[in-house]
Design a protein around this ligand. Sequence first.
Ligand SMILES: Nc1ncnc2c1ncn2[C@@H]1O[C@H](COP(=O)(O)OP(=O)(O)OP(=O)(O)O)[C@@H](O)[C@H]1O
Ligand SMILES: [Mg+2]
Length: 266
Amino acid sequence: MSEPENVGPAQAPIGETATPTGEPLVVLERVNKYFGSLHVLQDIDLSVARGEVVVVIGPSGSGKSTLCRAINRLEPIDSGRITVDGAELPEEGKELARLRAEVGMVFQQFNLFAHKSILENVTLGPIKVNGVRTAEAKDQAMALLERVGVANQAEKYPAQLSGGQQQRVAIARALAMQPKVMLFDEPTSALDPEMITEVLDVMTSLAREGMTMIVVTHEMGFARRAANRVVFMDDGQIVEESTPEEFFTKPRSSRAQDFLSKLLTH
Ligand SMILES: Nc1ncnc2c1ncn2[C@@H]1O[C@H](COP(=O)(O)OP(=O)(O)OP(=O)(O)O)[C@@H](O)[C@H]1O
Ligand SMILES: [Mg+2]
């Protein structure tokens, strides 16, 4: 398999993650989104550098999923601008499918195709959207399944796998499209505790290899280990941004303090 093209430079790592280059890859400028009268994204400005790992954290309903979905154009925005590697995603059409493939997305519910084998789940996108030849797509898929530790499950169907295995397949499927950035929306929150680690380990190694990642999670261990930056959202706004260390030990805003105290006492 070819190396992902956004591998970070060989500099001193922050935690276990390669140092981002500083060049912006995903940029949100004054993004606003309403559901009826509910202002779910309020003037969001966020710039994620190539190779950077940003953890988004915040209370339920604060707009984290909507933010991810907006970046991927699964959710239209009402105003503002979102670019990935300098290009704004079009509203619809073939160009949208191609550009959307540059943004890999992993959801809480794994969303694998139930009637397709694990291997087919991973080869489908490259063949249909990227026009990769079947044999090549299979080779790449097997390499990715190997990388996430489920190559021996390739011929099975999703229902025959554990939740942790299915989520790792979902990661492999997203990677198969050779995305420039990976979005994870609470990828471990539907998993039993013993499966959380195996998924977080895959994500940590991706981060270490220089993948640009936006991760919605409450897993503080992962954030501390892999994130360059924590973004705290509340009520559709970015309330606070800092390093994981700063955020978890000395949150500045009262809203973040309140949120963390509840998280810690759970
Ligand atoms: N399709 C929709 N139609 C109407 N309202 C929506 C829709 N999707 C989300 N919302 C509302 O928008 C707000 C933000 O939702 P969102 O799912 O982005 O929050 P979240 O931070 O991801 O929450 P959680 O931690 O529970 O996943 C919530 O008040 C939610 O009820
Ligand atoms: Mg959500």
